[in-house]
Design a protein around this ligand. Structure first.
Ligand code: NDP
Length: 325
């Protein structure tokens, strides 16, 4: 038997409860994992509250991230006792996810836990951290270097934003952080942001071209804020866009692209191929300082998740939330 957070649908409403399930209920897959930690991401917030059409079948165990120890394996790549990480691949959306003490998963979805990371540290990073690393790599691959100028990170207090700040600072970039929460200024500076820009400065409608401030940007917000960031990006600059915390629209024009050679780089972590994932996890394990794991995370139990799910979609969670199973 194992405990799990279960989302059920009753009379068109979602009902969330902690249930004790029998292992025979698990989907039949290649590898069964004793989950040590999961984490709370924005997408989990959408799934658990029902605010987004994330869950594709009921009952569903949410949790797009998990880390734990293999307890059964039909795949030669993984042996009993190996520590593995799972992020993305539609787990917690269409396949039972990480907010349970057990998970049954396809071997192709797994990544071995890097030797220098504990399960707790891996889940402090989670999907949010992996996505932040992929955004930073997108800027690097495009040729944006620390001497090109300031990099802007939006949604800075969130999981992706906070990790992007730490990674960029570790790589020697000068980081400016956009936040809607001025009270988080000291926290964001302690992560490595050189200066804070208030979200209110991005509220007026984006003009086709604005004064050029940013050599590059990591955007987790979308909508008018992203349109303004693109309009404020330097000639030859690039914006890595991965999120929609402020909306999925993009009220922009082609002007920054055709007159300033600005690039909009799309970033997805969910279907990221294995080799790229392993490389990103390796870099995360090398780049993130010890202070990141202390400053940017809070650990909770399954019972706390519904309330925090509501808070994350309201933009009230700071940093990363670990769920101990
Ligand atoms: P969080 O909720 O942890 O962080 C989002 C942050 O955005 C908040 O902390 C807040 O920061 C800011 N924010 C919240 N609401 C608004 C708003 N209405 N307008 C402007 N800013 C807002 O989420 P995550 O960091 O986990 O994810 C961020 C985004 O990235 C989400 O949209 C998520 O779906 C997406 N994502 C995409 C992935 C991919 O593979 N493409 C993977 C992971 C996440 P502050 O208070 O500092 O302004």
């Amino acid at each position: 038997m194992f405990n799990a957070l279960v989302i059920e649908q009753k009379d068109d409403n979602q009902v969330v409860s902690i249930q004790e399930l029998d292992e025979s209920n698990l989907p039949a897959e290649d590898v069964v994992v004793n989950v040590g930690y999961s984490s709370l991401n924005y997408k989990d917030g959408l799934a658990i509250t029902g605010a987004g059409r994330i869950v594709r079948q009921f009952p569903m165990i949410p949790g797009i991230d998990l880390c734990g120890e293999v307890s059964e394996s039909k795949d030669s790549r993984y042996q009993v006792g190996d520590n593995v990480i799972l992020t993305g691949w539609g787990v917690g959306e269409g396949h039972w996810g990480g907010m349970a003490q057990k998970a049954s998963l396809k071997a192709d979805w797994l990544v071995p836990l890097p030797a220098t990371l504990s399960p707790e540290k891996a889940m402090t990073i989670g999907t949010a951290g992996l996505t932040a690393m992929l955004c930073v790599q997108a800027l690097e691959n495009y040729g944006i270097t620390p001497d090109n100028g300031e990099i802007l990170v939006t949604g800075a207090s969130g999981g992706v934003g906070s990790t992007a700040i730490v990674l960029l600072a570790a790589l020697g970039y000068e980081v400016a952080a956009v936040t809607g929460r001025p009270s988080n200024e000291d926290y964001l500076k302690s992560l490595g942001a050189k200066r804070i820009v208030l979200r209110s400065e991005f509220e007026d409608k984006a003009k086709p071209l604005e004064k050029q401030f940013w050599a590059g940007a990591v955007d987790t917000v979308g909508s008018n804020l992203l349109a303004k960031v693109i309009a404020q990006t330097h000639y030859n600059g690039a914006v890595a866009a991965c999120g929609l915390a402020g909306g999925f629209d993009l009220p922009s024009t082609v002007m920054p692209f055709i007159l300033r050679n600005v690039a909009l780089l799309g970033v997805d972590s969910v279907m990221c191929p294995y080799e790229k994932r392993v490389q990103a996890w390796q870099r995360l394990s090398e780049l993130l300082p010890g202070s990141y794991f202390e400053q940017a995370s809070t650990t909770v139990g399954l019972k706390d998740v519904p309330e925090l799910a509501d808070a994350i979609i309201k933009g009230k969670v700071t940093g990363r939330t670990l769920i101990k199973l």
